[in-house]
Design a protein around this ligand. Sequence first.
Ligand SMILES: [Zn+2]
Length: 364
Amino acid sequence: MESKNKILKEAHDKLFKHSTNNYIFIYTPPKVGSTTLMTSFRISMGKSYNILHIHDEVMMAVLTNIHNVTIMELIQFIANQNKKVFVIDVYRTPIERKMSEFFEKIGVLHFNNTYENVAKFSVKKTTERFNYVFPYLGQGDHYFDKYLIDEPCAFDFDKKYTVQEINNVKFIKLRLCDSSEWASILSKIMYTKVVIIVDYQTIDKKIGDLYNQFKKEYKIPSNFLSLISECKYFNFYYSASERHKYLKSWESKISGEFTHYTPAEYAFYMKISLENQYYDMIQSNHYIDNGCFCKCCIKKRRDIYFKALNGTYANEKIIHEESVNEHNAQISKKNEDMVHVINAINKKHKTAHNPPQKMKMMAN
Ligand SMILES: [Zn+2]
């Protein structure tokens, strides 16, 4: 037990840098809007919270180089020390989540090719592959599968969120479809004025065009729509009328039945795809807020926070080098202004001590 706590302490120290008693774990599956939450909390909370955006234990092992602890063990370890801990998950509608997940890995996993080449593929070709793997994409729900909660409380369709407190951990469930209300929801739950900065991992620009075309043209096989309507999570997080509306919107974009891969075929598909995997995921400047706490980035963060509060925020990013450049430019502008002021003062003094000849004469 003691050695386990030692490892958990080590993991904690590697993941969290701020000396605060407040923690937020954005512990969700990928492609559900969690990047927006990460950036929003960084901008809104600054150093007052330790914030972690994480999807699974593989990611934790990469971040900490520690392999034998789970994220839930770390969460409980922190909560047991009487710290304030929020754990947040987001529900996203299934078809959109599947599409997003598929396109993020379309090059590196599904076609083992560069984004440049995949961007030249037809919608027909990408649709076919998407359909073969459809049931296996974007599966699972962290609230049910990972949080070790015996009985998740029913989703509150009026308030548009739920908070369930267990062993000093506050578990929050949100839905991506309510993201326009997240600022007020989270401000209420956290007693802090939270601003929402919409941030999502931008898909490579070249793929972006294909993705947009795909979203516009995709027609869902009728048997897939039945799969969705039976989905446990869809039925849990969407009310009867919301489900009706969602399914109806897809019924107008329906195609004939499609035979997707069987579980065994999919397992084989994944085995070969992973063996063939050649290209790495390239992600640079992943978040709008890079999480740097140098004085230049802190200043930039405050600027963005107040702009977001006033509704004047427009796509600015916190990138350390840029924050520093901006800061230096402001300093040299200030210095320049100061030089102008000093020059003006000197000029005035000069004039006062050495009045022009004409004035001297008049004074005499
Ligand atoms: Zn910085």
